[in-house]
Design a protein around this ligand. Sequence first.
Ligand SMILES: *[C@@H]1O[C@H](CO)[C@@H](O)[C@H](O)[C@H]1NC(C)=O
Ligand SMILES: *[C@@H]1O[C@H](CO)[C@@H](O)[C@H](O)[C@H]1NC(C)=O
Ligand SMILES: *[C@@H]1O[C@H](CO)[C@@H](O)[C@H](O)[C@H]1NC(C)=O
Ligand SMILES: *[C@@H]1O[C@H](CO)[C@@H](O)[C@H](O)[C@H]1NC(C)=O
Ligand SMILES: *[C@@H]1O[C@H](CO)[C@@H](O)[C@H](O)[C@H]1NC(C)=O
Ligand SMILES: *[C@@H]1O[C@H](CO)[C@@H](O)[C@H](O)[C@H]1NC(C)=O
Length: 492
Amino acid sequence: MRGFLSLITCFAILQNVRGWREFSRGRSKGGNLGLPGGDDLVRGEHEKVTTEWFTQYLDHSSPTDSRTWKQRYFVNDQYVNQRRDVAFLMIGGEGEASIQWMTKGAWINYAKKFNAICFQLEHRYYGKSHPTADLSTENLQYLTSEQALADIAYFIEEMNVKYELSPNVKWIAFGGSYPGSLAAWVRQRYPHLVYGSMAASGPLLAEINFSEYFTVVYNDLKGTGGDKCVSAVKQAFYQVDLLTRHMVGQRNLDKLFVLCDSIAGTTSSSEDIANLFETLNGHFAETAQYNKDNRMSKVPNNITLDTLCNIMVNDKLGPEVNRLAAVNDLMMKRNNQTCLDYKYDKMISDMRNVSWGSEVSEGGRQWYYQTCTDFGFYQTTDRIPLDFFIKQCSDIFGPKFNLTIVERGVQRTNTLYGGLNPSVTNVIFVQGSYDPWHALGINKSTKLYPAVVIDSASHCENMYSPSVYDSEALRQARIQIEEFIGNLLKSA
Ligand SMILES: *[C@@H]1O[C@H](CO)[C@@H](O)[C@H](O)[C@H]1NC(C)=O
Ligand SMILES: *[C@@H]1O[C@H](CO)[C@@H](O)[C@H](O)[C@H]1NC(C)=O
Ligand SMILES: *[C@@H]1O[C@H](CO)[C@@H](O)[C@H](O)[C@H]1NC(C)=O
Ligand SMILES: *[C@@H]1O[C@H](CO)[C@@H](O)[C@H](O)[C@H]1NC(C)=O
Ligand SMILES: *[C@@H]1O[C@H](CO)[C@@H](O)[C@H](O)[C@H]1NC(C)=O
Ligand SMILES: *[C@@H]1O[C@H](CO)[C@@H](O)[C@H](O)[C@H]1NC(C)=O
């Protein structure tokens, strides 16, 4: 929500990114699972992927509501053999589905090995899958994880017929981040349709006050740059806090962080200040969440926790707050941002846009709605209080969306699915220990299911294609996951 260009640059001939910052609330623009990196597409392979549309019910909870809409999906049937008895489903999530995943990523390697037909179903309300005419609060009532799971169930039934799959076909679901949770829940809810799942980095527990998120980020900084890095970062935020409190300091902040709107001489609300802290904290959060993964990237993917810690401990750059400003410069440059936004009202006004053509329709508005009604997941710190997030629910979606509603939604989600104790089999839960989201995921095997925590790995790291930079722990995890899928497909 920061980084919209200020009015000054309305002659935007420069290829600037306006509107949303690349990362907020632990969510990347476009969705949390990035695009798979690695080799360029093998010519010919990509051409065999087809884009299709499925007629889906709007409201699965109502047997008398006959309204339908078109849900997008991709199919790749070049690896399946004549038996047609293995089907893989990549579950779409909180961003547009990408055709890139249809020929790349770890699951494609498994599909080649196990002769699977591959489907990817875009999540309702994201990408090009528009169930309603716009994104009004009223229309968003059909955006729930339960509706998304029912979408998957109807989809599977139809695909079995349309693609003439074997009566004994085994569907294996794959998902990373929120779809990681969906992958587990769809097996739990529809075991007659889904035989097993690989659930990567799924936050299975809904939680309002997700303060553990930044605890993990700080642990990662410690693991990377030691106590020196952590104390420099803490000191820098302390200095920013002091500077917000007086005029001379505020002028410094304007310059240091290239603020779009001057903080000096204007009245800043407590939400503006929380917003500023959230943006600056976000630089570390994003870097931790995606540290050293093998995503495909429009921009050099070379900003890691090492990069940030090296800057933060470099006393040649001046006091800690100046080093933080250097981190901010680096991230702004990478995002093509010319100034840093922090104004709360600007952000809210963007988020209120209900048009499919708006910038927030890439998923920012939809995902925020899901946090207000289903999940919470608010990444609080000492300086970014819970009220700041709850206020956004009511400011964006209406006064009805207050703490009571969020609490009820979170309780409902955990009641529906069982939180960290789901009753589910044939699912492998995969986490990265550096991924801040792992704090809400399953990290321990039980009699029902295995769980793998990959040391020092980031968000959904195992879903990208193997790379020469893979750690030994990641390599081992990849083997374990492949064996798990192999065993599912072997057993009668
Ligand atoms: C959120 O959790 C943190 C850490 O446990 C705690 O300090 C804070 O008071 C909590 N906030 C609210 C509003 O409960
Ligand atoms: C990342 O790579 C780009 C282009 O190769 C280079 O200009 C930039 O300095 C690198 N950044 C870091 C932090 O290494
Ligand atoms: C920044 O601009 C460059 C050059 O136009 C472009 O290649 C790159 O994708 C842009 N980066 C982002 C994050 O949009
Ligand atoms: C919503 O976004 C669209 C597309 O960017 C824009 O044309 C429209 O003016 C915006 N609406 C409001 C109310 O800001
Ligand atoms: C939320 O709003 C409802 C009425 O719509 C009210 O009963 C409830 O007390 C409010 N909750 C909070 C925490 O303000
Ligand atoms: C595993 O998850 C439990 C429950 O959330 C948590 O208490 C524990 O600290 C986690 N262990 C690790 C190593 O993350």
